[in-house]
Design a protein around this ligand. Structure first.
Ligand code: SAM
Length: 208
């Protein structure tokens, strides 16, 4: 079982800023989200798109540079939110004028819902603790009119081969089975479970 690191709640926003602000303008999109390899970003996003591709509106929580836009159809109404304001400024400057239904906002979903058919969160819980995890998931569920999809690092990871370039000592891991069980108690048992695309990551799709 992988050991999980839990951040102090009061350090959450300062630590997020410390991790990401310097990376906002990185040349490669995967580096802006602190991934060691492009596949760590793209495979997770592909798995999510596979699950939500029939949805007509998407709320992307912790959107970073909104790479998910590369996967969606042009008529999907996409709203990206992030706690790091610099990502949103970057997005408004670069993607805000494209002729597609894309909007971006610096917003904490726990303050107010933003309804969408699909509410997604990819690699959002790398820096986290149980309290933040469940408060975020509750807020995401409240906004999801069809499905909530998120991924998280799995305590079932056999090894972290090839992932050494990331700071795994300070990352948040969850037991996928315990998480599935708790989600089915809290929300619904209509849950899709994937633990097949990486060693060390799982995705849950929770249907209304
Ligand atoms: C590893 S990046 C992933 C970005 C994007 N989802 C992707 O897959 O390319 C994590 C992002 O989540 C954001 N984030 C973390 N916790 C958040 C929260 N509670 N609400 C909104 N954004 C959050 C961070 O600021 C950062 O931009």
């Amino acid at each position: 079982m992988r050991k999980s690191f839990e951040i102090e709640t009061e350090n959450y926003l300062p630590q997020l800023r410390e991790l990401y602000v310097d990376r906002v303008n990185a040349i490669e999109p995967y580096r802006s989200a602190r991934f060691g390899q492009p596949e760590f970003q793209s495979v997770r996003l592909e798995v999510i798109w596979d699950i939500v591709s029939d949805c007509k509106s998407v709320l992307d929580v912790g959107c970073g540079r909104a790479e998910f836009i590369e996967y969606i159809d042009n008529d999907v109404a996409y709203h990206g939110i992030d706690l790091v304001e610099e990502f949103i400024t970057w997005l408004k400057e670069r993607r805000g004028h494209w002729p597609y239904p894309w909007t971006f906002e610096c917003h904490d979903l726990r303050d107010e819902p933003r309804p969408a058919e699909a509410v997604i969160g990819s690699s959002v819980f790398a820096l986290c603790n149980d309290e933040i995890f469940w408060s975020m998931l509750d807020a995401m569920w409240e906004s999801a009119t069809k499905i909530l999809v998120f991924n998280c690092k799995s305590t079932c990871a056999e090894s972290m081969d090839g992932w050494e370039d990331q700071d795994y000592d300070v990352q948040y891991f969850r037991d996928p089975f315990e998480t599935l069980k708790e989600c089915s108690k809290r929300y619904t048992s209509k849950i899709l479970y994937r633990h097949d695309y990486f060693n060390g990551d799982f995705t849950l799709g929770i249907y209304r």
